[in-house]
Design a protein around this ligand. Structure first.
Ligand code: FUB
Length: 663
């Protein structure tokens, strides 16, 4: 009964390792299983209650109408395979019961058996049904009737090393399954129990008899190193903890051993879990009401690592926001779900009207920090870092390796009020800020984000590999590209020229700044690679480069030499060799923003105003490229934009001139 999702929904959800692990819907009661080398997650699917409430639905209660299955091979990126069963598909269930509670799924005899509770159509209470598939993702076909003899919720099937499959449910009841996996064994004991003055018959063995078991539910049983573990939520004080008991036999008697996880700190009443070993590490899946802090019936799956002591007992687990998994530095790191943080760090929803948008972490003081562990840098080459941040004052933060005082990877100034730059105040706005990497860590390491001023909120960071915009020029002469664009240039590092807006780029302003004496001195007819040039208090270097693109990305050029990228002027030169005079050609240029062009020291084109780079945006008067060497030079100015330009010559038929060589 698989419902097919549009193809784009089958794509990985693109989530980084963090808790909760799914942020597109609620995912309660997470049962994880390993099939075919992958982890499959079978949660129940909390939804908001319909309005008005259907008849008989308890207000402020659980509400689930279907199941999705998710998979992952790294525990950090999850694929939603869509709906595998809905309440309308269950032949014996109430189609409007909204009670598709905690499920399980196991593989046996070439089939996948999906066990799920639902309220029965006839009679009272919950039954447990089975749906069968050939693949973990489905399609699943529900068996016509629920398992006879079982009234209750929260099925879990243990496939023991004795060759049998055992089903656990409710408050720790257990029965052996027949080989068909859809019936309990004929010799299952039946116990008579009294609730008030009514007597009921309950099948199976009560494995939690005489153990701490107040309001116990959600049993999860597994076997490890010759021990059987029965792990289960129960109420120790007012809300659920997860405890466990051990035995040498699947059906007990079990001995209580202690807690795996204590009560949720914020009194989310339920917890529900599963335990797997994946690639040699044990993991504990559980839930919390992260996305609905005021409503503990809408929950979301989380993961932590689980460890055994040498005697087989389990170490208690403290919930974290970070969760598990080595995360690729090139994916979005939701650092608001950190591993640890200084005590003053607070987290808040980014948007309280849409909590699935996630959180921000605020670092209020000098010295505040957050740590985000296990980031894999093996795919980061020549990288830079972007960060999604908000500042309530000018602030400065650094991303470091291994400790809050560790080696600086990247250094950010959040509000652009810096020396030599035009003033602009972005306080209180979400911004994506970028910084070059001062240092690229190797392998898997921990990140620390620290601020020496406070006033910072951060949502996520993402490392990015720098696209290659330039390469070192090859020996010899270069030709224009197939469209005639000139790609070989001497580019001088930018001159700082504060301009908060490009609206000032009138003809007269441009003539004034481009002909200013010190700026003109930056132009030469014999440019040299790596030549140092003085401009006022700046020392600039000229670089001979071949552009990878038809448009020469001056913004990226400036960024790569750690120069200002906004509020700047560039001087660019190219040396053109012609075998003969080429008459009646015109320079066709595009630039972001304004620019001026000279051929052999004669001004041939002025492109004023606040421009975007467009091919052949403006053309010059007709000119002659003379036999021998021609020097084409340009000045480009920009305020807050990303500077670039493209230049080619066109002939009298508007065709690109390609019969030239660039020195
Ligand atoms: O999700 C509904 C119920 O809440 C589950 O079946 C219980 O285990 C508890 O998590």
């Amino acid at each position: 009964m698989k419902r097919f999702l549009p193809a784009f929904l089958l794509l990985p959800l693109g989530l980084a390792a963090q808790n909760p692990i799914i942020n597109t819907q609620f995912t309660a009661d997470p049962t994880a299983r390993v099939f075919n080398g992958k982890v499959y997650l079978f949660p129940s699917h909390d939804i908001m209650q319909p309005s008005p409430l259907p008849q008989g639905m308890r207000p402020n209660w659980f509400c689930m109408e279907d199941y999705h299955v998710f998979s992952s091979d790294n525990l950090t990126e999850w694929t939603d395979h869509g709906v595998i069963l809905t309440q309308k598909d269950v032949p014996w269930g109430n189609p409007n019961g909204y009670s598709m509670w905690a499920p399980d799924c196991v593989y046996r005899n070439g089939k996948y058996y999906f066990y799920y509770p639902d309220v029965v159509k006839e009679g009272m209470g919950f039954g447990i049904g089975v749906a069968i598939a050939d693949k973990p993702e489905g399609p699943y076909t529900p068996v016509k009737s629920n398992i006879k003899g079982i009234n209750g919720i929260d099925p879990c099937v243990l496939q023991a090393s004795d060759g049998n499959a055992y089903i656990f449910w409710g408050a720790g009841r257990c029965a052996k399954l027949k080989e068909n996996m859809v019936e309990i064994a004929d010799d299952t004991p039946v116990e008579k129990v009294k609730f008030g003055d009514r007597e009921f018959e309950l099948s199976g063995v009560n494995c939690l008899k005489d153990l701490p078991n107040r309001q116990a539910e959600g049993p999860f049983a597994f076997e490890h190193n010759g021990n059987y573990y029965l792990t289960y939520p129960y109420v120790r004080k007012n809300t659920e903890v997860i405890g466990y008991a051990m035995s040498k036999n699947p059906m007990g008697p079990y001995q209580y051993k202690g807690l795996i996880m204590a009560e949720h700190a914020d009194s989310c009443w339920t917890n529900h879990h599963s335990i797997i070993n994946y690639k040699g590490q044990w993991y504990f899946f559980y839930h919390h009401n992260d996305f609905s802090p005021n409503d503990d019936k809408r929950r979301s799956a989380r993961i932590e690592k689980l460890f055994f002591n040498p005697d087989g007992t389990i170490q208690e687990i403290k919930p974290t926001l970070r969760g598990v998994g080595i995360v690729n530095a090139l994916s979005k790191l939701e650092v608001d779900r950190y591993s640890t943080a200084s005590n003053d760090v607070k987290i808040n929803f980014i948007d309280t009207a849409d909590k699935f948008k996630g959180w921000e972490a605020s670092l209020p003081n000098k010295g505040s920090f957050i740590k985000f562990n296990d980031v894999d840098f093996s795919s980061v080459t020549d990288g830079y870092l972007t960060a999604n941040v908000k500042a309530d004052k000018n602030t400065h933060f650094t991303v470091r390796e291994k400790s809050a005082k560790g080696k600086v990877i990247a250094d950010f100034k959040v509000v652009f009020i810096t020396e030599g730059q035009f003033k602009r105040d972005y306080s209180g706005q979400w911004l994506t800020v970028t910084a070059p990497l001062d240092y690229t860590p190797k392998g898997v390491t921990d990140l620390y984000i620290t601020t020496d001023q406070g006033g910072l909120s951060i949502d996520n960071v993402q490392f990015k590999n720098r696209e290659k915009y330039f390469k070192q020029p090859s020996n010899g002469l270069a030709a224009p590209d197939e469209d005639g664009f000139i790609r070989r240039w001497f580019l001088l590092e930018p001159v700082n020229k504060e301009n908060p807006t490009n609206a000032v780029f009138t003809d007269s302003y441009l003539k004034q700044v481009f002909y200013e004496e010190d700026f003109r001195k930056l132009f030469t007819n014999s440019p040299v690679d790596n030549q140092k040039v003085k401009y006022k208090d700046q020392t600039l270097v000229r670089h001979k480069l071949d552009s990878e693109n038809f448009n020469v990305k001056l913004f990226r050029f400036a960024e790569s030499y750690k120069k200002h990228v906004y509020g700047v002027m560039f001087s660019v030169i190219t040396l053109i060799e012609c075998d003969q005079d080429i008459e009646n050609v015109r320079l066709a240029a595009g630039s972001n923003s304004a620019s001026m062009w000279w051929l052999n020291d004669e001004e041939i084109l002025l492109m004023s105003g606040d421009r975007r780079m467009v091919k052949d945006d403006c053309v010059s008067k007709r000119i002659t490229l003379k036999k021998g060497l021609n020097v084409l030079s340009g000045a480009i100015i920009n305020g807050p934009g990303m500077s670039d330009f493209c230049v080619r010559f066109i002939d009298s038929n508007n065709q690109p001139v390609k019969g030239i060589k660039i020195r």
